[in-house]
Design a protein around this ligand. Structure first.
Ligand code: NCD
Length: 306
């Protein structure tokens, strides 16, 4: 059984194929509207979500399938003490594929070990978020025309931000990608990413604390939210929360073709005045998320039927 737990579960070739299918879907949505007739996706969300859960559900509905699931741990039997392993055994009887978000790192991996349907990791704690990465790759490839030879700035909470961890994992496989890691000292990228992902793959990277100082170097600026729910104490969060605010004045320092991306939700880190800047692409990014999840559902269901 094929699952998606980590962006590295797919080879670069498979990712390219997936993005090609997603692009075709975006051009000819009608041709895909019955591909999953009679199929069901279960969305098992033990943590809050708007985009990820709804985009999985929209993706399956666009393919002619149906959806079931829960959107909080409190409304599921997890609140009665049921284990992820037992829940997935049940869900395997109700649905053909599932997407799981969980506050514990590795929970979707545990689920996959007990599942007879494909499991998609829709975010596990501060660890990984592979379908956001597929969305980000598709956005960059479509709007920039390439995934290699780019300088990408990742800004904000690089310690707890799972979207950043997954994106770095995926991008080190492309040629000549330079990483500029912009964060306060307290929220620097975890050691294992710096060592095992960046250094071991000979990726070029630097770590800075000032956004202004690197703006002019960037092809892409990937902003992120300070992950309040992963902080041990609220005071620390309050001290960190507004560490970076991208505004029109800072945008003046950037190249005319720099893209601003954000996995969303945004809190204060991009001021709303930036939304009207043509370089702000975070709402377009959301649309790519539906197409790529449609392509992913098709691929995993096809492999499961082999
Ligand atoms: C992200 C997440 O859940 O990690 N959101 C998303 O899925 N688009 C980013 C975040 O919550 O900050």
């Amino acid at each position: 059984m094929r699952h998606l737990l980590n962006p590295l579960d797919f080879s670069v070739e498979e990712l390219n194929e997936l993005m090609d299918v997603a692009l075709d879907i975006s051009k000819h949505p009608d041709q895909y509207s019955e591909c999953c007739k009679g199929k069901k996706i279960a969305t098992l969300f033990y943590e809050p979500s708007t985009r990820t859960r709804l985009s999985f559900e929209a993706a399956m509905l666009n393919l002619g399938g149906s959806v079931l699931g829960f959107s909080s741990a409190a409304s599921s039997s997890a609140s009665k003490g049921e284990s992820v392993a037992d829940t997935i055994r049940m869900v395997s009887c109700y649905a053909d594929i599932c997407a799981m978000r969980h506050p514990k790192e590795g929970a979707p991996l545990v689920a996959s070990l007990h599942s007879s349907i494909p499991v998609i990791n829709a975010g596990d704690g501060g660890h990984q978020h592979p379908t956001q990465t597929l969305t980000d790759l598709m956005t960059i490839r479509t709007l920039k025309g390439r995934l290699d030879h780019i300088t990408i700035g990742l800004c904000g909470d690089l310690k707890f931000g799972r979207t950043v961890h997954s994106l770095i994992n995926a991008l080190v496989r492309y040629e000549n990608v330079r990483f500029v890691l912009i964060s306060p000292n307290e929220l620097r990228i975890p050691d294992y990413i710096r060592q095992e992902v960046l250094s071991d793959n000979h990726a070029e990277f630097k770590e800075v604390t000032q956004l202004e100082e690197v703006m002019s170097e960037l092809d892409i600026l990937y902003m992120t939210r300070v992950q309040r729910e992963r902080f041990f104490n609220e005071e620390e969060y309050i001290r960190m929360k507004d560490c970076y605010i991208l505004d029109a004045k800072k945008m003046e320092l950037a190249r005319s073709d720099m893209l601003v991306l954000h996995p969303l939700p945004r809190v204060n880190e991009i001021s709303v005045e930036v939304d009207k800047d043509p370089r702000a692409k975070y709402f377009e990014q959301v649309q790519f998320g539906v197409y790529i999840r449609m392509a992913l559902i098709l691929k995993l269901l096809e492999e499961a039927s082999k």
